[in-house]
Design a protein around this ligand. Structure first.
Ligand code: S3P
Length: 170
C-alpha cells in the first residue's frame, strides 16, 4: 500500500502494540514494532541491551531503526515510550508520516505496566510503591513532546474504528 506511515507514540502501557496490530490489520497497513525490530537485528532483548550496552546504545539503535522505516510506505509503527523524546525523532516522524499519541492517565498506565516491569528496563529497578511516582515524573517530562503529535487519542476509550479519520484523509 502506498499510504504514508503512521507512528504510534505514548507511554509504556498505553496500548501502542495492541492497537497498532488491530488497526494495521483493518487498514491494510504493515504493523511494525520498533522494539521488536531492534531485538531481531541486534539479537538481544531490549532489557538486555540496556543492561549490557546501556541506554545510550539503545537510543542510537532506536533512532537508526526509526529512520529505516522512512524507506518504506504503508507502515503502522508502534514506537517505544521514549522514541519521540530522543534526538530529533519527533520532528523526523512528523516529517515522514502521521504521529498519533495514545494518551492515558497515570493510574491507567500504572495498572497496565504493573505486571510487566521485568520486561521493561526503565522499570526494572522500581518497586511497586515507587512506580506511580516514576510514571508521574516521566510522564510530566515527556508529555510536552507527546502533545506535539498530529493526532491525540484517548487511550482509555479506544475502539477499532478510532483511526478512521486519519485513513480518510491519508
Ligand atoms: C521505553 C519503552 C519501551 C522500550 C524501552 C524504553 C521508554 O517500549 O522502548 O524499554 O523509554 O519508555 P514500550 O513503550 O513499548 O514499553
Amino acid at each position: 500500500m502506498n499510504l504514508p506511515n503512521i507512528y504510534l507514540i505514548g507511554f509504556m502501557g498505553s496500548g501502542k502494540s495492541h492497537w497498532g496490530r488491530i488497526w494495521a490489520g483493518k487498514n491494510q497497513l504493515t504493523f511494525l514494532d520498533l522494539d521488536s525490530e531492534i531485538e531481531k537485528e541486534f539479537g538481544m532483548k531490549v532489557v538486555d541491551i540496556f543492561e549490557k550496552h546501556g541506554e545510550d546504545k539503545f537510543r542510537e539503535l532506536e533512532k537508526e531503526h526509526l529512520r529505516k522505516t522512512g524507506e518504506r510506505k504503508g507502515l503502522l509503527v508502534s514506537c517505544g515510550g521514549g522514541t519521540p523524546c530522543f534526538f530529533e525523532n519527533m520532528e523526523w516522524m512528523k516529517q515522514n508520516g502521521t504521529v498519533v499519541y495514545l494518551k492515558a492517565s497515570e493510574h491507567y498506565l500504572l495498572d497496565r505496566v504493573m505486571e510487566e516491569t521485568a520486561e521493561r528496563p526503565l522499570l526494572k529497578e522500581v518497586n511497586a510503591a515507587e512506580l506511580l511516582f516514576f510514571i508521574q515524573k516521566k510522564l510530566k517530562e515527556r508529555a510536552p513532546v507527546y502533545e506535539e503529535a498530529d493526532l491525540i487519542l484517548d487511550a482509555e476509550s479506544l475502539e477499532e474504528k478510532s483511526l478512521e479519520e486519519i485513513f480518510k484523509t491519508a
